[in-house]
Design a protein around this ligand. Structure first.
Ligand code: PNS
Length: 163
């Protein structure tokens, strides 16, 4: 049984993420989507909210589960019997960054990383850009899985009331 992990911050999950998760599910027997416990003050969604949104977005894939993780990704991989880390690559700058992480992770425990080229339609999409556009009043519906757009609009409105 080959289990892969798709790690990330997912603040929020985008259609680009789902493209990579779905393709990982086609390559491996099981996929665990691992949500890093990033407590940044700039986060739009709390970790448990990100897990809930991902769980909803991945509900159509029976072999995909979602979990929070804290600490080193390689430790999560060892504890969950993960064969490979799957990452999407949007650009050469992604590659430069991801290659070093892949090499470090392999050096730490031997875990392999598999890179999946992002589908061209999502190549410019990132959670940070989606957050910025949403917070400045732009339309982000097309970049998000169904149901997530409503939550981001609600959160943006809450932020505006608070400031
Ligand atoms: O969506 P992101 O923000 O690019 O996700 C980054 C994430 C969570 C995958 C990465 O920061 C990570 O693996 N963090 C866990 C800590 C760790 O293992 N650091 C060493 C990496 S070589």
């Amino acid at each position: 049984m080959r289990r892969a992990v798709c790690p990330g911050s997912f603040d929020p999950v985008t259609r680009g993420h789902l493209d990579v998760i779905g393709r990982a599910a086609g390559l491996f027997d099981e996929v665990v989507v691992a949500v890093g416990l990033n407590r940044s003050k700039n986060a739009l969604f709390a970790p448990d909210e990100r897990v809930a949104m991902l769980t909803e977005a991945c509900a159509g894939w029976p072999d995909v589960s979602v979990q929070l993780f804290e600490g080193l990704l390689v430790d999560f991989c060892s504890e969950h019997d993960v064969t490979a880390i799957v990452k999407g690559l949007r650009s050469a700058s992604d590659f430069d960054y991801e290659l070093r992480m892949a090499q470090m992770n392999r050096r730490l425990t031997g875990v392999e990383t598999v890179f999946v080229p992002t589908a061209p339609e999502w190549a410019y999409v990132s959670s940070s850009l989606v957050r910025e556009v949403a917070l400045l009043g732009g339309d982000v519906v097309g970049f998000l899985p169904p149901g997530i757009a409503d939550r981001i609009l609600e959160r943006v409105q809450q932020r505006r009331v608070q400031t």
